[in-house]
Design a protein around this ligand. Sequence first.
Ligand code: AGP
Length: 606
Amino acid sequence: MCGIVGYVGNEACANILLDGLARLEYRGYDSAGTAIMESGKTGILRAEGKLLNLRKRVDEAKPAGTVGIGHTRWATHGRPSEVNAHPHKYGRVTVVHNGIIENHAELRAELESNGHEFASETDTEIVAHLIDDELRGGKESEDAFRAALKRVRGAYALCVLVDGLDDTIYAARHDAPLILGLSDEANYVASDIPAILSRTRDMVFLEEHDMAVVRRDKVVVKDLEGNEVERETKKILWDAMMAEKGGHKHFMLKEIHEQPRAVTDTIGDRLSPKDADAYIDGFEADPGKIRKLVMVACGTSWHSALVGKFLIEQLARIPVEVDLGSEYRYRDPIVGDSDLILAVSQSGETADTLAALREGRRKGARVLSIVNVVGSTIARESDGVLYTHAGPEIGVASTKAFTTQLVAMVLLGIHLGRRTGTLDHEQAHELITDLMRIPEQMVEVLDHSATINVIARRYATARDFLYLGRGINYPIALEGALKLKEISYIHAEGYPAGEMKHGPIALIDEHMPVVVITPRGSGYEKIVSNLSEVRAREGKVIAIASRGDPDIHDVVDDVIQIPDVRPELQPLLTVLPLQILAYRIADIRGTDVDQPRNLAKSVTVE
Ligand code: AGP
């Protein structure tokens, strides 16, 4: 997620803005900028890369203004560059923005047809044009701001400066956090507590569709109709480190809880229930001409590719191969110009996955990638990119990137299935309706995770774990095992449940916890019979089961319940308890959860 800082007071604010942005660096960014008002005009300074580059620009320019806004950008629309960095200015209006404006394309087309010219590829710049249009139409600045807000759809946290108003910041939020900081000497705006915690502990958390007029001696919060609304001032007692993690002990836990938001952002405006369709921005291929899809990935991304195979073969009936990035190029793969490579990667920089992509391209295949980092190497070497919008993932153990990759696979399955004709309107509409409910069901699972804490304490000293799953949940067994082993250092293996009798059952005894993913659906009876084999050998069984399952309690030792959803969407929910279980066990064992030993967030070496 991007970072926002705003200041209106009596001090020269350049360094206040830069210091605030520095406290948001942990969120990840690829460019940064400031806009500072001097003598009624806003001067903009921006730089690609680290804040150091921006600080050099500011030190050279020495802006003395006492009103300003700053921004660190995590690219979603438009690659990382100075011209795409915020702030964006058009006419008298300067804006910084967090979130995604979903109707940016139609608004841009409308504005361009009215003669507007855009300097950047971003969705954000639209807001400056909309407000400036309203000002030119005669509206006062506050009314112009509100009128523009009513035009945009999607998530926004916004700060706006208007030339000539040298003591006012306009702020607004919808579906992206924005905070006001209050003090006797100055007032602040920020996207997150750490940015301004060193300046004040008195904060106001804007609510959905709030807007605010922030002046050096007064802050007023209003709704979009211009009615003043009361918002409580809260005293924040966190220390700086706690603040960076949103009050969570680790980034990983924060990111586990960000998944409903990340899934919502990744769905974005890509689903059309009315048309019963999914749109893959930036990718055109005739599915009828795809002989096979070859997915290449590593680690957690390989697990999402394994789920993707189930989804795309079921929804679109296109053959899918899945291969480890580190293996693919060494097997002289049979691939050519009628095949499509799908590279899956959170970082977009994993060397093994990049090498596999290049091998497929060398043999003539086209490349689509599912990537979380705009402008990353894998993204740049693909013919099309389906971006996940998970925001920066700081914890080395991947969580929200994984579930947003699963969403991307569902979107791709719907897109392809509707074009190969294997998914009719009604089937697609039902799946889309169910997918749009997933974020709220994820919240339900995450809010009822207390049982997991008890289970974690019971098994935190185990030396080995076995994770079992069938069908589309077999890759989730692999993912659950990987989460546990990489952050708690306990040995854990994921296995297809049907494979137990072909060897692993020899491992079972009273010291071996077995986690079984056994939601309602096909294979349920078979899995339950697998469980009895485990229990007959004193194995301890922890089941991830559908809420309301009347039978499961009799055949296992512990049950973690999830809402009952259709099989295609089960992985989005079954993985959550496994992420939390791994996190709780690691936290009990005192390992470095966010930076586990020997691991890197992005493996850029082969
Ligand atoms: C996942 O928790 C691990 N950190 C690791 O397996 C990771 O998924 C793998 O290195 C692939 O990274 P990528 O998605 O950035 O390509």
